[in-house]
Design a protein around this ligand. Structure first.
Ligand SMILES: NC(=O)CC[C@H](N)C(=O)O
Length: 432
């Protein structure tokens, strides 16, 4: 069969034949709260859901399983801008029993996003590690998908109007009228972290040579893997655990990624403020963890109109640290809707570390050297999975200095004013 799609507005015939869905597929419709509807075919679970519609510009379609199992995508309807998804199939999620691993191959036990939107889903797949199709995997986890829609048009809308509440209607629901604006459910009103964080503390690699406590806001498995593969003994704690009561047992504290609005986790930021005042050991956070560190430092978190999702987000380093050099741009993996507000000057004792080259949002913060503290957070995902490894060293270096408990960051800095435009004109549009 020949599939038709559009490349840059021109009809384009794709002459390979692996990806046509079954003709028996149910109808499906993606409705946006802003009034637009897109009609296509259903794949995966035959059920209708509400969620927040977001797009990812990741072009590594074989890594879609890593995005879909990332707990930070919880309750989101994920639109892939890569048109053909599923041709690599889905691997088994069981990690080898004898490895020093976290037990899963992907980023968590199952699919975390609430639905997926794919221009052209592949029913047939081919990869040495694949055990099932995207469709059957989605069905097993009760996650619906829609295919046969123009994801470029949906993405163009989202990049102009911002992340939008949506409903994926499947089967008879697809021909029912679209919901009224009041009927859309907004996941950002809920504390999603509380739904995905571990309920009880647990240990990984207990014989490791440094002891790291991890506050779990919805940890991606690769963050935990990255720590234990560097031989850290890891204790994973619920997001709102009172770390201050046990902090003397640890060499460092790590705050993970996680879904939703960080302001629902103010409780954790206030506890961290206490930690920052009385505990001099290294603290590092990724994405949600970085936002919590920022809120503890006195910065404000806000909801971005567009968010950044993809594995091709450029960030500029403003300070040198380890192998990271001020003035260099790094390509990073990202998945966030919220950010820390850029203020100039920063709160005393803190400085911006990275800045997004597209929209000037804060991509990293760190404690200043004069404070003697060893704290930093990055908005992007240095651990990748999926994404580029450019900034792996940010995490690895941090772990290294956690281990040696020394801190050196004496190189040049770039002033914020020299790189961030004073006008807001660069921030009006999502940079796709
Ligand atoms: N990947 C993450 O940790 C996401 C952080 C937060 N939930 C946001 O959307 O900004």
């Amino acid at each position: 069969m020949i599939a038709r799609t559009l490349i840059r507005g021109q009809p384009f015939i794709r002459a390979f034949a692996t990806h046509a869905g079954p003709n028996t597929a149910l109808p499906a419709a993606l409705h946006l709260k802003t009034g637009q509807s897109f009609h296509g075919r259903s794949f995966g679970a035959p059920r209708s859901i509400f969620g927040e519609t977001v797009f990812s510009t990741s072009i590594t379609s074989c890594k879609n399983t890593e995005s879909m199992t990332d707990p930070s995508y919880r309750n989101q309807i994920l639109v892939f801008t890569t048109p053909l998804i599923g041709n690599y199939g889905v691997p088994s999620n069981k990690a080898p029993i004898d490895s020093q691993d976290v037990g899963v191959v992907m980023e968590s036990e199952g699919i975390q996003c609430s639905a997926v939107v794919v221009a052209d889903v592949a029913e047939k797949f081919s990869h040495h590690a694949a055990v099932e199709s995207l469709t059957s995997w989605c069905r097993r986890f009760n996650v619906p998908g829609i295919t046969g829609v123009d994801t470029r048009e949906i993405t163009r809308l989202l990049r102009d109007q911002g992340t939008t509440l949506g409903r994926l209607a499947v089967g008879v629901d697809a021909s029912a009228p679209a919901p009224t604006p009041e009927q859309y459910w907004d996941p950002s009103t809920e504390n999603l972290v509380d739904q995905v964080s571990t309920k009880v503390p647990y240990h990984l690699n207990p014989d490791g040579d440094i002891r790291i406590a991890v506050l779990d806001f919805g940890a991606k498995a690769n963050i935990l893997r990255s720590l234990i593969r560097r031989n850290a003994a890891v204790t994973v704690l619920p997001w709102n655990f009172d770390f201050n009561s046990i902090r003397d047992q640890y060499d460092g504290l790590f705050l993970t990624n996680g879904p939703g609005d960080p302001r629902h986790c103010m409780e954790a930021a206030l506890k961290l403020r206490e930690t920052l005042q009385g505990w001099g050991k290294p603290i590092f956070g990724i994405c949600m963890g970085h936002q919590i560190i920022g809120m503890a430092a006195g910065l404000e978190a806000y909801r971005m109109t567009f968010g950044n999702r993809g594995h091709n987000q450029p960030v500029l380093a403003l300070a040198s640290s380890g192998s990271i050099k001020a003035g260099r741009v790094y390509v990073t993996s990202q998945n966030h809707q919220y950010a820390l507000k850029l203020t100039d000057p920063f709160p005393a004792g803190w400085e911006p570390f990275f800045i997004n080259c597209n929209d000037s949002s804060v991509e990293g913060i760190k404690s200043t050297e004069d404070t003697g503290k060893k704290v930093w957070g990055v908005q992007f995902h240095p651990e990748s999975a999926g994404g580029p490894l450019d900034t792996m060293e940010v995490g690895a270096f941090h772990l290294w200095y956690m281990h040696h408990l020394s801190y050196s960051c004496r190189c040049s800095r770039i002033s914020l004013a020299s790189v961030v435009p004073t006008s807001s004109r660069y921030q009006r549009r999502s940079p796709l």
